[in-house]
Ligand binder design. Structure first.
Ligand SMILES: NC(=O)c1ccc[n+]([C@@H]2O[C@H](COP(=O)([O-])OP(=O)(O)OC[C@H]3O[C@@H](n4cnc5c(N)ncnc54)[C@H](OP(=O)(O)O)[C@@H]3O)[C@@H](O)[C@H]2O)c1
Length: 160
């Protein structure tokens, strides 16, 4: 199974200047516990946004058009190749960014979306979702985080 995992602002933004727009402890924890022990697939820019360091306890796969290697991660030249490299993992996570999500939306079986209920100005947005293809199967709303003062909701969508 291929799953997308992403946090999206109310106005669709997911990042700015190759970094995240918010810091929500609860969401970081959700991301870590959900993806730990699995393969995580990301675009070259997202890998760089993580400080060019692999996420621990996960098989990191970086997608690039270039002939290059990344310390602590496997290199793939397409999403298909990355998914093939992760074969054997029962849940493979596509962790961004926008370019890779756009590809993954065509093939993913599930999406874990954290809705951040606030607008953020940013240069990167999640691609348009065709909701006729997806069914909301789980949601958990938080009025605020321990430190984050706005509401957010953890949602799971499965492909219909
Ligand atoms: N809110 C969230 O949950 C979340 C999650 C992840 C990332 N983000 C944010 O998203 C932003 C980064 O997203 P992005 O869209 O700019 O970049 P990205 O998708 O992370 O990476 C883009 C790079 O991936 C490679 N690539 C893309 N399509 C490819 C293809 N078909 N074949 C081979 N390689 C391909 C290219 O690398 P080369 O140029 O090396 O060829 C391209 O420059 C950052 O702001 C980050 O913080 C947010």
């Amino acid at each position: 199974m291929v799953s997308i995992i992403v946090a999206i602002a109310q106005n669709g933004t997911i990042g700015d200047k190759n970094s995240l727009l918010w810091h929500i402890k609860e969401d970081m924890r959700f991301f870590r516990t959900t993806t730990s022990g699995h393969a995580v697939i990301m675009g070259r820019k997202t890998f760089e946004s993580l400080g060019s360091k692999p996420l621990p306890k996960r098989t990191n796969i970086v997608i690039t058009r270039a002939e290059r290697e990344f310390e602590g991660a496997l290199t793939a030249h397409s999403l298909d190749e990355a998914i093939r490299m992760a074969a054997g993992d029962e849940e493979i996570f596509v962790i961004g960014g926008a370019q890779i999500y756009a590809e993954a939306l065509k093939v993913a079986d599930r999406m874990y979306i954290t809705r951040v209920e606030r607008d953020y100005a940013g240069d990167t947005s999640f691609p348009e979702i065709d909701y006729t293809q997806w069914q909301l199967t789980h949601s958990e709303r938080h009025e605020r985080g321990e430190e984050f003062e706005y509401p957010f909701e953890f949602q799971t969508y499965d492909r219909v």
